[in-house]
Write a protein that binds this ligand. Structure first.
Ligand code: F6R
Length: 613
């Protein structure tokens, strides 16, 4: 979602800001802008579209001027929420005097009231954004001390924010603050930076301070002064960024998505590393706790919360928890959870599943579950993210940074760890050591199973060539493959813009089959499982109506007759098979999108981390 980068000190700010914005591009955005302060004034430039458009604008406007000299600045990539993606709505926004500039992530919920009040006091707004309201509020509170003005304004604001503010009168300073929207401060030689995502800092430093909600910081080239909104000092010490944050380059792949798909043998291995106890048929998940407050025999029910791809992983987890742990489990769309008075309490285990750890809907659901006394655990990829901190306990995915907007290695890592959680819970309950050992051994095969699917990329390309010119597609699966079908459809629609629907294979004949015409692609997951024959019958119903079948099948088994193509996965346990099947469908979506010439890593309208509800 929107991205922030700011810098003070240590040479020209503009190249640092533009470089940082480029590192944030993967999050998805539709306009960009920056502001610099120096020589008692501000310079602001904004552009609709890519960071390259902003860079070009600056190069044209000012080839040798202040953009090459001034050392304090803030910049932003905006993903439109309030107001269309226009230059007027792009950040930074200015106060009434034009001497204070603000970039902001998040949403100010009471902005309408604040805007009406400011308009009544004579303000004339240049944009439709909630951020301009904040900029003007800060300006009105400014009496020579920028931090005091920011704090005074934020006390009037309801909602979420990560903000960075600069003022023409204080050229060597930035004021930043966070509530519900991530910000971290980077400490480099002679220079201090701030960003909404550490990926924007790695070119300069690995020493970062993760700000907490309610923190306000005054940044100068040689100091970071953190306080609360009441201006009482807060001590924050820097952490070292893990090396994998710095390693986010494409490494010769055409797209990050392709690289990330091919990293999955390794990323799944990392997610499983040290967590499988083959001898006892158990899993070792220290972050979950054990014993009196752990996820043991006293848990009454599990609720798995997530959004999008992470929700699909939760749905696979639901099957695993019920089958292996004999524990009633429900996968729930996180956005729905807190608005329906959920019946959860201390006997419930709530697992919040999120790649970014910043998804607003999932974070809100975590807070709700905690307030009701549930045992809340996180299954999160980004270390130190809001959900990881809110849950306090849980399991990190360790799949490394996911740059492509479409989630791939996070999904396979999530499913792998949910299988381990189910195994651990099962062994605390009724799962026999023999079944535990068999399952542990199957889960341990995952990296190799994924590797073998990736080796068959050329057969996926052939299937993609058949599908690439259709505007509609269906994905069918049963049991734990139903969520995999949903995930396959989501991947295809988000990166190739083909309208794709995922259905339970038995559901198609209850209505959607009316949409099938000659050549409509139907991707059917018919791996070895107790319901394979039923799925094959459903596939036949589609073929009889002219559909072009692409089948995911287990090695050694026949696909449906007359299929366009079979995507073969190795033989394995049907729960474990969800991972290789998902990888095959990721590749299918990728190659359809590539053939159609789509911007795979940054699809239109999408953001990597959705920090608004
Ligand atoms: C799809 C995708 C999204 C995310 C969803 C939740 O490829 O990436 O559907 O899965 O926005 O994000 P996280 O997992 O960061 O909570």
């Amino acid at each position: 979602m929107c991205g922030i980068i700011g810098v003070v000190g240590g040479g020209a700010a503009a190249p640092v800001l533009l470089g940082g914005l480029r590192r944030l591009e993967y999050r998805g955005y539709d306009s960009a802008g920056l502001a610099l302060s120096g020589e008692g004034r501000l310079l602001v430039r904004r552009a609709v579209g890519k960071v390259a458009a902003l860079t070009e604008r600056i190069a044209q406007d000012d080839p040798e001027g202040p953009f090459g000299r001034w050392t304090t600045g803030i910049a932003h990539t905006r993903w439109a929420t309030h107001g269309a993606p226009t230059e007027a709505n792009a950040h930074p926004h200015l106060d009434r005097t034009g001497r204070i500039a603000v970039v902001h992530n998040g949403i100010i919920e009471n902005y309408r009231q604040l805007r009406s009040r400011l308009e009544a006091a004579g303000h004339r707004f240049a944009s439709e954004t909630d951020t301009e309201v904040l900029a003007r509020l800060i300006g009105d509170r400014h009496q020579g001390d920028l931090r005091a003005a920011v704090v005074a304004a934020l006390r009037e604001v309801e909602g979420a924010y990560g903000v960075a503010v600069l003022c023409a009168d204080e050229p060597g300073a930035l004021v930043v603050a966070r509530k519900g929207s991530p910000l971290c401060v980077g400490i480099a030689e002679g220079r201090v930076l701030v960003a909404s995502d550490p990926a924007a800092l790695v070119a300069h430093t690995r020493q970062v301070i993760h700000l907490d909600d309610g923190d306000v910081a005054l940044l100068r080239a040689d100091s970071v002064d953190v306080s609360g909104l009441d201006l009482s000092p807060r001590h924050r010490s820097p952490d070292e960024l893990p090396p994998d944050v710095a390693a986010a380059e494409r490494d010769g792949h055409e797209h990050f998505m392709h690289k990330e798909m091919h990293e999955q043998p390794e990323s799944v291995r990392n997610a499983l590393r040290g967590r499988i106890d083959l001898r006892n048929g158990d899993a070792v998940l220290a972050g979950l706790g054990r014993g009196e407050d752990g996820e043991d025999a006293t848990v009454r029910r599990a609720i798995l919360l997530g959004c999008g791809t992470s929700l699909h992983a939760c749905m696979v987890g639901e099957f695993a928890f019920e089958e292996l742990a004999q524990l009633p489990a429900e996968a729930e769309q996180a956005a729905e959870f807190r608005y329906r008075n959920p019946l959860v309490g201390p006997d419930d285990l709530v697992v919040a599943v999120s790649q970014s750890g910043e998804t607003a809907d999932t974070l809100a659901a975590v807070k709700e579950a905690r307030s009701r006394g549930a045992r809340v655990r996180g299954l999160v990829n980004v270390v130190g993210s809001a959900i990881a901190r809110q849950t306090g306990r849980g399991v990190y995915l360790h799949v490394g940074p996911e740059v492509s907007v479409a989630s791939t290695k996070a999904f396979t890592g999530q499913v792998a760890v949910l299988l381990l959680m189910a195994l651990r819970l099962g062994r605390s309950r009724r799962l026999s050591p023999e079944r535990g050992r068999a399952m542990a051994a199957e889960i341990a095969r995952l990296p190799e199973l994924v590797e073998r699917v990736l080796e068959r990329e050329s057969s996926v390309i052939r299937a993609a060539e058949r599908m690439a010119h259709s505007e509609h597609a269906f994905f069918l699966g049963r049991g734990p493959m139903h969520p995999v079908a949903l995930e396959g459809a989501l991947k295809l629609k988000e990166i190739s813009y083909v309208h794709a629907e995922g259905y339970h294979a038995a559901e198609l004949k209850h209505g959607p089959i009316a949409l099938l015409t000659e050549g409509t692609p139907v991707v059917v997951i018919a791996n070895r499982s107790p319901v394979r024959d039923k799925t094959l019958s459903n596939a036949e119903e589609c073929r009889a109506r002219g559909a072009g079948l692409v089948a995911v099948v287990t090695q050694g088994q026949e696909g449906p007759p007359g299929a366009w193509a079979d995507l073969v996965i190795p033989d394995c346990d049907p729960l474990v098979a969800t991972v290789p099947a998902a990888v095959a469908l990721q590749m299918l979506a990728y190659h359809v999108a590539r053939i159609r010439g789509c911007p795979i890593d940054q699809p239109r309208n999408l953001a990597k981390s959705v920090t608004v509800e």
